[in-house]
Every structure is written in structure tokens, then in C-alpha cells.
Design a protein around this ligand. Sequence first.
Ligand SMILES: Cc1cc2nc3c(=O)[nH]c(=O)nc-3n(C[C@H](O)[C@H](O)[C@H](O)COP(=O)(O)O)c2cc1C
Length: 216
Amino acid sequence: MAKIKKTLSEAIQERRATPSFDGTPIPPEDLKQILAAGLHAPSGYNMQPWRFIVVQSPEQKRRLRSASYNQGKVEEASAVIVACGDTDGWRKDLDLMLQRGRQGGMPESYAEQARSSVPNYLSSFSSSEMRAWLNKQVMLAFTHMLLMAEVMGYDTAPMEGFEQDKVHEVLRLPLSYWVVALLAIGHLKGADKFDGGRFEMGHTVFSEEFGKPLKI
Ligand SMILES: Cc1cc2nc3c(=O)[nH]c(=O)nc-3n(C[C@H](O)[C@H](O)[C@H](O)COP(=O)(O)O)c2cc1C
């Protein structure tokens, strides 16, 4: 089963946004393990509104590169996972979500409540609110995949530098899809990127309320 090369702590400490990949193909079983990690992520109401397009062929990577401000790593990576959200996913998948939930022991009272609260909540969203909601859900699955790939010894590059319309065209995406981010996976070629460092905890973390330092 799992091909593990690093602990999660090591992967988090050592990970860099990879500047360049050597292009070696990724074995299908590794790709499957990475994707499965994404699909195990939690999501609001367990609606799993993410959709992933895996791009591996040289022609399609070339096209995707041209939709991504010509970023070379899109073409060099072993695989690029284009992470999308489906704005209509909850309409299509509500029954499936409930069915899976019941198989896992979801109480009938929960299922009944979800059947009304999910549509009530999500149908009230404006399109920008829906995109913000999708961004949250999809990035969590994206992060699961990124970390799984790193733990397995791959190098990764998250990317937001792409043109929504162009990616839609290249991948022939349904109109209800919203492209959230690209995850390039492969093996580093050449020198790694510098370590940009991180702000001190006191700069970004507070205790109990804004402005109070957390003492740990
Ligand atoms: C959501 C997201 C989008 C990003 N988009 C790009 C991108 O399009 N091109 C790029 O070269 N780097 C991109 N990066 C990489 C960041 O620049 C990088 O993560 C940051 O500088 C910190 O460096 P590190 O990841 O090596 O610690 C992106 C990172 C994230 C999290």
C-alpha cells in the first residue's frame, strides 16, 4: 500500500514550491494514492464539490502551460492536477452524499435535516459567495494531495497563475466548473527554490481575541 518516504513533519519542513521538474512519469499507483488523499478531505456537509482533471500527456501539458502564463513547470511536471469546484455539485450529488452517509451510519434525522438545509444554504449564495465556498473546500483537498505527494517523496508546486477562461477551453470544462488552483507534481530538476521563511508566530497568531499574544 502506502509508499512513504518522509514523515508529515519532514514533508512540511522540507517542502518548497518547486521551480522546475525533470519530467519523469509518475507511476499510476502513486498518482492514485495522491488523489485518494485529496478525496478523503473533509468538506462542508460532506458535499465534496471538488473535481480534478489530471493532465499528463505532453500535448495537453503544453496547452495548459499556454493557459498558465507560460509557466514552464506546467509542462515539465510529471502530472498537473487541475483542481476545480463544481458550482452545481451540491444539486447533483445531494442524494449520493446521503446514500453514502446512510451506509456509514448517518442517522435518518440527520439525513432529513441535510436534505433541506443543504439546498437552503447553498442556493442562497451569489456566484461570488459560491466561488469563495468552493475555494475553501477545494483547497483543503488540494492540500491533502500536496502533502501526500511530499510524504511520498515527490516535489510539488501549487499554482494560481492561470487564466480561468483559457484553462476552461483547454480542458473542455463544463460551464459550472470553477478552476481553483493547479498542483504540479514530479521530481525537482536543478536547484530548489530559496526558503522564503515565515513570519513569527506573534505576527499571525493571537490568543482568545485579536491582538493578545499566545504564550506557548
Ligand atoms: C495557492 C498558491 C498559488 C501559487 N501560485 C504560484 C504560481 O502560479 N507560480 C509560482 O511560481 N508559484 C506559485 N505559488 C508558490 C508561492 O510563491 C510559494 O509557495 C511561496 O513563495 C512560499 O514559498 P515555499 O512554498 O517554497 O515555501 C503559489 C502558492 C500557493 C499556495
